[in-house]
Design a protein. Structure first.
Length: 536
């Protein structure tokens, strides 16, 4: 029997929205404050996937200037109708310090999955996680959770539906709450599908941590009333500490060409904080340093209800569909920046890649980053980053950077948030000597993890970051052959959703090339290559 091993999309790829068009499968995942917005993945066999681009590629599509950690694009939903791909999303902000967050929601469409995608059209500001349901009579409905910031109210105010006129590009008629949620609470992520005369409303409930779940309900009318699955939830890892896939929730259903059914959902693979005592570990959940990932489960239908094969607890290994295996060509682990465009796996913080601060042409064969704000800023970050996808991996680069001030620095970053990251920087000390130092922000505190290491100001400094499950370790070389560790092993679990007391932490760990210049001169750093290798 052919099998699939979960997760199918590793590292920071939450809230999967899956759709099949002919023989092709597509998944859209959340990107939060990272640009471009909404990462798109493609498969022909449901087990081999490739990144094919993003939906929101311009600032006209997505304006996130000044947004904070884990703001931006929440839970996009992908659908196909009328010969077009449709994608709904919310650009969420103002999450901290108040009860009424801003959740402007939009829909965009494209004839090809790779775009160009149309200018987003507003579909209200009710809450995050909007979706579009295309009924078989041609009507379309916006479906969304409702955010309620009033005192003594549940923030999660139920699931709302309203008809959408695609030709006019606007909502029409009156909105109606069609589902108030179950006792699991935190009802969000609504999507509707129709099968055999039933409307199935699939929602995420329980919150996106270890109580997360997938809830299914059904009705004969799109407006309800909706009946909840007889053994709700459909899927959850809650109270199942032995399960290798935790935080399971936020799912949607897809049917193969052969009539097989699968549930896509998010999950997390926790490890424990190595600095905790064993007694504490037994009483706590682990930390998901890779973020929330994407998995699949087999689905069977009984009495017009979907059921997860093997029970509601997600399985690490599932039965593969009866589809021909289709393996995509693998990209080389080392990017020598010989191309004229950046690989689709790369992202930046809150704003598009722009020649004013990132260039492949100013020095051919190198990536040039013009230094701007420091890592703690919510603006103007000169960073090129990619997801960390495995617990054992190594990243390497070589940087040329002629700093003249301690306010100028460049190097290699392990990044979760502006207040949660590690940074090996090249800079100068007060005497003008070239130095290397490991610094960072953990739990909103600036820390220096090593003394300044004076080096010969070689033309290039080689930098390496290794992740060994719980620990990051930086090292450097002046010749690319002989490597020296710098700084102590650094606790990787701090760079996770669970790694601080903050409520709004929903992303995952990335590794990036970064340059900063607080003198305002935008001194450039040149990176010769960016290599990322997984070992397990």
């Amino acid at each position: 029997m052919k099998t699939i091993t979960n997760p199918i999309l590793c590292g920071f790829r939450p809230d999967p929205s899956i759709v099949r068009v002919g023989d092709d499968y597509y998944i859209a995942t959340s990107t939060f404050e990272w640009f471009p917005g909404i990462m798109l993945h493609h498969s022909k066999d449901l087990q081999n996937w490739r990144i094919i681009g993003h939906v929101l590629n311009t600032q006209e599509h997505l304006d996130m200037r000044g947004m904070d950690n884990s703001e931006g694009v929440y839970a996009p939903t992908l659908s196909y109708a009328d010969g077009k791909f449709w994608c709904c999303f919310a650009n969420v902000h103002s999450c901290r310090g108040g009860t009424w967050m801003s959740t402007p929601a939009y829909v965009t469409c494209a004839e090809q999955i790779t775009g160009p995608w149309s200018k987003p059209v507003s579909i209200g500001n009710y809450g995050f996680d909007p979706s579009l349901f295309h009924d078989d009579d041609g009507r379309k409905y916006m479906v969304n959770m409702v955010w309620d910031g009033r005192k003594n109210k549940d923030f999660f105010g139920g699931i709302l539906a309203q008809e959408f006129d695609a030709e006019a590009g606007q909502l029409v008629g009156q909105p109606k709450i069609i589902f108030e949620g179950t006792e699991l609470g935190c009802t969000e992520g609504p999507q509707i599908m129709k099968k055999d005369g039933w409307y199935y409303l699939i929602t995420a409930e329980g919150g996106t941590s270890y109580e997360h779940a997938v809830t299914v309900c059904r009705s004969k009318n799109v407006w309800g009333p909706y009946q909840v699955h007889p053994e709700n939830p459909l899927l959850s890892s809650n109270h199942q500490q032995q399960a290798e896939l935790q935080r399971a929730g936020h799912g949607f259903l897809v049917e193969t060409q052969q009539g097989e059914w699968f549930l896509s959902h998010l999950c997390g693979r926790p490890i424990f904080n190595p600095e905790q005592e064993q007694a504490q570990i037994k009483q706590t959940h682990g930390r998901c340093i890779l973020g929330r990932e994407t998995a699949l489960q087999n689905i069977e239908w009984r009495d017009d209800w979907p059921w997860v094969v093997g029970g509601r607890v997600p399985q690490l290994t599932i039965k593969a569909p009866q589809l021909p295996i289709h393996v995509w060509p693998q990209s080389a682990p080392r990017d020598d920046f010989k191309e004229t465009t950046l690989d689709v796996k790369y992202q930046s913080l809150t704003e598009p890649f722009d020649e004013s601060w990132i260039s492949l042409s100013q020095r051919p064969g190198y990536l040039r980053l013009a230094g701007r704000d420091y890592l703690y800023s919510r603006y103007h970050q000169s960073m090129l980053a990619q997801r960390i996808t495995h617990f054992d991996c190594a990243t390497e680069t070589a940087v040329e950077f002629a700093a003249q001030s301690p306010r100028q620095m460049a190097g290699l970053v392990a990044y979760y948030a502006r207040n949660g990251h590690y940074f090996l920087k090249k800079t100068v000390n007060d005497q003008g000597q070239a130095v290397l130092q490991v610094v960072g922000h953990i739990n909103d505190e600036y820390l220096e993890f090593s003394q300044e290491q004076v080096i010969n100001d070689a033309q290039a400094v080689y930098m390496r970051l290794q992740l060994n499950s719980h620990w990051y370790q930086f090292s450097y070389s002046l010749d690319g052959q002989n490597w020296l560790k710098i700084g102590p092993p650094l606790n990787a679990t701090h760079l996770s959703d669970e790694g601080s007391g903050e409520i709004f932490r929903f992303t995952g760990s990335l590794v990036g090339l970064y340059a900063c210049d607080l003198t305002g001169q935008q001194l450039a750093a040149d990176f010769e290559y960016f290599e990322y290798q997984n070992f397990k």
